[in-house]
Write a protein that binds this ligand. Structure first.
Ligand code: BEZ
Length: 234
């Protein structure tokens, strides 16, 4: 009998980009693929660059485009918020390093900020293909607005894909980071629309007896499967 390790199996997906190579869809819990590539902050060896921090890797369709200009400006303005949470941020498009460098001047000027996080230059689509960021039926030859949040264990914790016409809400990414960092350390989950400081949900694996010990601030049993407690680390 052949024993198959399911954790290593992924449904193969045809890659429709012009490389002709087959790629695999990434899923939550997968290791974030490593790569070495040029960026506006020098060469990046991705895993080494992440170190033991959290990471956000996000693609945008193209340089010198309006929505992308506002997005990169918004990320630059959130520098302190990302730093407080120990999150490194890298953007990517399939444009050249020279284009990125020229465009940064425009972003800084028009968005009144200072872009000092790396923008990866991926004209060969190495990273775009590794992370399946090109969706040719939506946008030809460009990366869509993909987002990957990566944990300190290098595992993918969140995948989001936005269309080219919709600029992302980076406050939502900070909210997800807050939830991920909280739930990594406490036996809680966070409810719909939760924000840092609000009540949390006790995970089902925790019995009421255990909950009394783990959550000294107490908890409310709305239903046996729905128990609410004040945020444990506040
Ligand atoms: C933009 O960033 O404005 C954009 C880029 C590609 C397609 C549509 C919009």
């Amino acid at each position: 009998m052949t024993v198959v390790n399911n954790s290593k199996r992924r449904a193969p997906k045809i890659n429709h980009t012009d490389t002709g190579k087959e790629n695999m869809s990434l899923r939550l819990g997968d290791e974030a693929p490593n790569f070495t590539i040029e960026s506006t902050e020098g060469e990046i060896q991705f895993h080494q660059w992440l170190g033991t921090e959290w990471g956000i890797l996000f693609s945008h369709p193209a340089d010198y485009t309006p929505v992308c200009t506002t997005e990169l400006g918004a990320v630059a303005k959130l520098k302190e918020e990302f730093a407080e949470r120990g999150v490194k941020v890298a953007a990517l498009s399939v444009d050249s390093l020279d284009d990125h460098k020229g465009w940064i001047h425009d972003i800084n000027e028009t968005q009144d900020t200072l872009v000092d996080f790396p923008i990866i230059a991926d004209p060969d689509r190495t990273v775009a293909n590794l992370y399946d960021m090109i969706h040719p039926n939506a946008l030809d030859n460009m990366t869509v607005r993909s987002v990957f949040i990566i944990g300190p264990d290098k595992k993918i914790k969140l995948i989001l894909t936005y269309p080219a016409s919709t600029g992302r809400n980076f406050a939502e990414l900070l909210r997800v980071i807050d939830s991920l960092q909280l739930t990594a350390n406490y036996s809680v989950a966070t409810p719909a629309n939760w924000k840092d400081g609000e009540d949390c949900i006790i995970t089902p694996a925790v019995s009421n007896e255990q909950a009394k010990e783990k959550f000294p601030k107490g908890f409310t049993e709305v239903k046996p499967y729905l128990r609410v407690t004040p945020q444990p680390n506040k």
